[in-house]
Design a binder for this molecule. Sequence first.
Ligand code: 6CS
Length: 341
Amino acid sequence: MSKKTLLSTALAGVLMAGMVSYSVDTEAANWRYAHEEFEGDVQDVFAQKFKEYVEANSSNTVQVFRFGELGESDDIMEQTQAGILQFVNQSPGFTGAIIPEAQIFFIPYLLPVEDDQIIEFFRTSSAINEMFPELYAEQGLELLTMYPEGEMVVTADTPVRTPEEFRGKNIRTMTNPLLTETYRAFGATPTPLPWGEVYGGLQTNIIQGQENPIFWIESGGLYEVSPNLIFTGHGQFTTAMMANKRFFDGLSDEDKQLVHDATAHAFDYITEYVPGLSEQSLEKILAAKPDVTVTRLTEEERQAFRDRAPQVEARFIEMTGERGQALLDQFKADLEAVTGN
Ligand code: 6CS
């Protein structure tokens, strides 16, 4: 057994030993909720708003675990599927490895990067709000919501304006196969890694770049070791919050409603919190390290990357078949309703 698996198993044992039964509706429960980020980051803000609502409107409590406290992203998902945790926030970047359709978010230039359009899309999309919950349910997960965290920005060891300039660069991706296709199509050498290995990988030049929203580039200090920011306009960082389905199905109607209301409360807060966050974070980065470069691709330069999107879309369909096609069709219809394109 690897050191990491041992640690994860030991943590799971500790948690199970202290587990409060949530099947007794009349008793207050302590719900465990893990996410993938640090204090004050978007997923943490969401989790704290969820907790605040639950605790203000019931006698239940919510215990929030941040990145690293219970392991990596894959560990907290396993613990949720096993029923050790009741709630988890995991991004499709990782969930795509177990739910192939969740990789749809990695088809480049599919989602808008404008804050108002993306929020409207997540609020209204039937692909997101009706089709995805069925896919997550097959993995024992009750999908409660999906939300955007900001435009994806690439950081690299040099500025990049063309697919040719990506050649020879190992670009770290989250661990789903479609994102690998995206960066291959962009001309780079994709390198899937869990989050915990990214800063060190950049520092030691094992990888020469990565992609993430700016707030995360700022909070994780990535600009210190990967100081060239490239706005390609190719995607949005999307995340998802869910519950263990067996736990959720076993809740009273009142507690189910509480969970939905707490989720809506947190979602509404986030839709006000995320717009403008990238700009503020960019200012902080430039103040901390004025020699960081910012490259914004022109429309023409973007087109060279956009031209490579159809091959990624084709791979998505190969990986997901008819179900993926139906999801993609709905996704596009939902997007059209919001963007008019
Ligand atoms: O790149 C990652 O792996 C991480 N990025 C963000 C914005 N949130 C959590 C995730 O693990």
